[in-house]
Design a binder for this molecule. Structure first.
Ligand code: SF4
Length: 273
């Protein structure tokens, strides 16, 4: 379904710095790859790292608790399990866990439209208990708004979005997530996806992409994000689109048009019958 923008949505895009004559066309007819595609489908210019740079050296790993088993948890039990989690050392430095925000599972209303997966809470997220706040969150909200989506949208409107991170606790100093922290925390994200059953997954930044793709495609760990985007992957039966993290886009506005391209692709997938 072609993306139709009204005046308000066009104004949002202009506010984001996107020239309207530069807007890409969504590609609803693009076939889904049967599995992870090994090669990019467009020329891959050298891209810088997409995630916010670590501001402190990597801290030594702290002792791990048992890996969470939330395989049978409902939404409420899952929230409680995250809130009480001590499965990795980040529980010792967090102010609070950041479960996610947006649509909740509603069996009588089917799948939600999108689930967005970032990497880890930052300082403001740790303080507020919500992912993607501050300037990066505002940019994400503007991009979602241009597509008629919102983290506050009621699922009954059929426009439900849920936003979460791979890690539910903030790494000290906003350093990068460590592999063992991702391993410990991943059961929570997987259960969120199982319960929400999104029509499309959008991984924002390399850690979201790695968390969702590494089991089926280990090479994702060493592939620059600029070469990951522009394709359609699958996480189980769910189409998965990879794009830049909004924090990266704030530092590199020239890549906003590419991110908008990716969001249009996700929009087309979520509209597919
Ligand atoms: Fe538990 Fe995840 Fe927080 Fe580690 S980051 S303590 S695994 S919720």
């Amino acid at each position: 379904m072609p993306l139709q923008l009204d005046d308000h949505q066009r104004a949002l895009l202009e506010h984001m710095g996107l020239r309207l004559d530069f807007l890409p066309k969504p590609a609803p007819d693009a076939p889904l790859t049967p599995d992870v595609a090994p090669a990019p489908t467009r020329p891959a210019a050298a891209q810088p790292a997409t995630s916010p740079p670590p501001t402190t050296p990597t801290a030594p790993a702290l002792p791990l608790g048992p890996r969470p088993d939330v395989s049978g948890a409902d939404w409420s039990a899952l929230q409680q399990a995250v809130q009480n989690c001590t499965a990795c050392g980040l529980c010792q430095t967090r102010q609070q866990t950041v479960f996610g925000v947006g649509a909740t599972p509603a069996p009588d209303q089917g799948a939600i439209d999108w689930m967005i997966v970032g990497e880890a809470p930052g300082e403001q997220e740790d303080r507020q208990g919500e992912p993607f706040v501050g300037p990066a969150g505002q940019l994400l909200d503007q991009m979602l708004g241009a597509l008629g989506l919102s983290r506050q949208a009621a699922p009954s409107e059929g426009r439900g979005v849920f936003i979460a991170n791979v890690l539910k606790c903030r790494p000290p100093g906003n350093r990068n997530p460590q592999p063992q922290e991702v391993t410990q925390c991943l059961p929570f994200l997987k259960r969120q996806i199982e319960l929400l059953r999104p029509k499309v997954l959008l991984a924002m930044g390399k850690f979201g992409a790695q968390a969702l793709l590494a089991e089926q495609w280990p090479e994702v760990a060493t592939t620059p994000l600029g070469k990951l985007r522009g394709q359609i992957y699958r996480y189980g039966d769910t189409p998965l689109v990879v794009t830049y993290h909004p924090a990266y886009l704030l530092r590199t506005p020239a890549d906003k048009a590419k991110a908008w391209d990716d969001l249009c692709q996700a929009h087309a997938l979520s509209q597919a019958p």
